[in-house]
Design a binder for this molecule. Structure first.
Ligand code: MG
Length: 241
């Protein structure tokens, strides 16, 4: 009996002897070689949405007109009255890099201080706000998924300084009839610090009421918000996932 037990106990070991390290090596596919860039330059496979030279990738939101925001001599652009701007192109799941700056001269408070926003597919907002010593509702401060998810920490730099978001957006999946078949997710780094860790997107980020299903007719454009504050942006690029 003891011999039988020993044999049974040893069988998996005997089987394992035939397994070689090579058997778990995957050689295909070979990841495409890219140049990763550095802090000031995008990776070589990125789509450049704004590099400071022009707004050719952007239109005035809801129109066919060229984007009207002001381009500055330092390679940035600033929100102008008359509405937000959106990309001409539509995007599904992406990795986005964007840098932003709230006005050095502090004006207003709460949601009225340095408010803008980065919207994916025009309906999912990652909040841009001057959240440096500026209390507001936590799920509406900088780096919140607006009214859905509070950032893990407040990594905000002082007003007037450039800040960055690196965002992984996995788009929610809808069928042709507009039924949601899978929720999407956000992962957000604010100034290099993880602030949203694979957070499920509950629906559109509305100001009043609960998150809604996305209208599938809405173009999947990236949208930057005009909230009446002169927030600036620079170095905007994304990679399709
Ligand atoms: Mg906003």
């Amino acid at each position: 009996m003891n011999y039988l037990l020993l044999l049974i106990a040893t069988l998996p070991l005997l089987a394992q002897e035939k397994i070689k390290p090579e058997m778990t090596e995957l050689w295909d596919p070979i990841p495409k070689v890219i140049n990763p860039g550095n802090h000031s330059t995008p990776p070589s496979d990125a789509i450049i949405l704004f590099d400071g030279s022009d707004l050719s990738q952007w239109i005035k939101s809801g129109s066919v007109e060229q984007a009207h925001w002001q381009i500055n001599s330092d390679g940035s652009m600033t929100v102008q009255k008359g509405g937000g701007i959106e990309t001409k192109e539509e995007f599904g799941s992406v990795q986005l890099h964007v840098e932003w700056r709230t006005p050095e001269k502090v004006k207003g408070d709460g949601q009225g201080r340095g408010n803008s926003g980065v919207y994916f597919q025009k309906v999912y907002e990652v909040q841009v706000l001057d959240s440096y010593n500026n209390r507001t509702y936590s799920n509406g401060q900088a780096a919140s998924i607006y009214k859905q998810s509070i950032p893990l920490v407040n990594a905000t730099r002082p007003p007037g300084e450039w800040q960055s978001y690196d965002i992984i957006f996995n788009e929610p999946q809808y069928d042709q009839k507009g039924n949601r078949i899978k929720k999407g997710s956000f992962t957000v780094f604010h100034n290099g610090v993880l602030v949203q860790n694979n957070v499920e997107i509950q629906g559109t980020t509305v100001y009043t009421g609960q998150p809604q299903l996305r209208d599938i007719k809405t173009p999947k454009r990236l949208y930057l918000q005009d909230h009446g504050n002169p927030v600036s942006y620079r170095n905007i690029w994304l990679r399709k996932l």
